[in-house]
Design a binder for this molecule. Structure first.
Ligand code: PGA
Length: 250
């Protein structure tokens, strides 16, 4: 189970420091992996603070070249050098505001893999596509065009754009259908099994409902990851959910 905390362009040194103080004494489960994605400028700062805490750190983006004249960009090599294990790619905010395309996302994913970063590739339809019954076709196109040709491991995050920051989440059946479909097309295309995270308005109240959906391997949390108590409540629910399922299987 994977919990990704996407801080976006939020928090400062002081708030990161007090955030980490809570994490110091927290008892993490080895079955639920927490990865924090801070703003790039704070990666090194956070990475030093969490040295003895069993959580990972990741970048919110990386460029589709390994180096060069790309003002303001960050490369997969730099992320790795500063302790990142993961990188979020193709978040809808970057697709919209930075005009990232499936093709550039695919190239970034290839570079990330080359430098031992695991990409978390985001896909998701807008409200119009969902309402017109075009969501599945749209996601299939995104997946086909942005997953790398060769990979050992990638993670997909299904994040319907209309759900991000709105408090609205899809019906359980819609999440189940989409996650199953994403896994099927990748298995067909690349002969690989992938983890699929759900993202969009995940919070302490809806986490159990989301995790109980088949084929949900974790969550990508934005707003609710900015407050340590909310994030740990989500993490704790994920641990409980897994324990319940293990008991059930026994
Ligand atoms: P949200 O953001 O949890 O605030 O909806 C999720 C995301 O954009 O990754």
């Amino acid at each position: 189970m994977f919990i990704a905390a996407n801080w976006k362009m939020n928090l400062d040194k002081k708030s990161i420091q007090s955030f980490v103080e809570y994490l110091q004494s927290y008892k993490f489960s080895k079955n639920v992996q927490l990865c924090i994605f801070p703003p790039t400028i704070y990666i090194d700062f956070l990475s030093n603070l969490i040295r003895n805490i069993p959580i990972s750190i990741g970048g919110q983006n990386c460029h589709h070249q390994s180096f060069g004249a790309f003002t303001g960009e960050v490369s997969a090599i730099s992320l790795k050098e500063f302790g990142c294990d993961y990188v979020i790619l193709g978040h809808s905010e970057r697709r919209i505001y930075n005009k990232e395309t499936n093709e550039s996302i695919k190239k970034s994913a290839q570079f990330a893999i080359e430098y031992n970063l695991s990409p978390i590739i985001c896909v998701g339809e807008n409200l119009e596509q969902r309402e017109n019954g075009k969501a599945i076709d749209f996601i299939e196109k995104q997946i086909t065009n942005c997953i790398p040709d060769e990979f050992k491991e990638i993670i997909i995050a299904y994040e319907p754009i209309w759900s991000i920051g709105t408090g609205k989440i899809p019906h359980q059946d819609e999440i189940r259908e989409m996650h199953k479909y994403i896994k099927e097309i990748i298995l067909l295309k690349s002969k690989k099994k992938v983890k699929v995270l759900y993202g969009g308005s995940v919070n302490e109240q809806n986490i159990q409902e989301i995790l109980s959906v088949n084929n949900v391997d974790g969550v990508l949390v934005g707003g609710a990851s900015l407050k340590i108590k909310d994030l740990l409540a989500i993490y704790g629910s994920a641990v409980k959910h897994l324990e319940k399922n293990l008991i059930f299987k026994d």
